[in-house]
Design a protein around this ligand. Structure first.
Ligand code: SF4
Ligand code: SF4
Length: 172
């Protein structure tokens, strides 16, 4: 059996239905594999392993573990180029978000995203506001800012994101 051969009994036939129930995944089954999305995708232009049509096919086939554990969905830059062009209105960008949401519910978070969340928890934004930034703001007549993460902490706790950050710390 060749590498990458699909084993039918290992497929999850219910996966596509779960995706169609997730906001953004509703039009998944409309895809007729024309490839317009892949041809439009700027991420695909620089990273050959990224292929929205393939991800959609894999999802419909029931390759749940491969889809949720791959870097594919996390590489999407949410540029909407594919979504604007899809002749079947698959709303691909939202579909990628639906797959990310399912991955997170299954406890799978890309380390890059978890690191960003870690920074946001620390500073209240993705980078620290330091004196240099505030001096620049002052010159522009803007009020100074401080790194404050109290509200973020509340949001992270209520959504459970704090657990993923803790998991990342453990894996370090
Ligand atoms: S453009 Fe739409 S119909 Fe064509 S492969 Fe992509 S998702 Fe499927
Ligand atoms: S939204 Fe994502 S999948 Fe679609 S073209 Fe942009 S990067 Fe590619």
């Amino acid at each position: 059996m060749g590498e990458g051969t699909i084993i039918v009994k290992e497929l999850d036939s219910g996966f596509k239905y779960r995706v169609t129930e997730e906001p953004g995944g509703e039009h998944l089954m409309r895809c007729y594999a024309c490839g317009t999305c892949t041809a439009s995708c700027p991420v695909r232009a620089i990273e050959e392993s990224f292929n929205p049509r393939k991800i959609i096919r894999m999802t419909i086939l029931g390759m749940k573990d491969e889809v949720l554990n791959s870097d594919f969905v996390w590489l999407c830059s949410t540029c909407y180029a594919c979504q604007e062009r899809c002749p079947q209105d698959v709303v691909i960008t939202e579909l990628m978000n639906a797959l990310k949401n399912i991955a997170v519910k299954e406890g799978i978070v890309h380390p890059g995203i978890a690191s960003q969340a870690q920074e946001i928890l620390k500073f209240g934004r993705v980078y620290e506001i330091d004196d240099f930034a505030n001096k620049k703001r002052e010159k522009l007549g803007l009020p100074s800012l401080k790194s404050d993460s109290k509200e973020v902490e509340t949001i992270f706790k209520s959504t459970g994101i704090d657990k993923y950050i803790a998991k990342l710390e453990e894996e370090k």
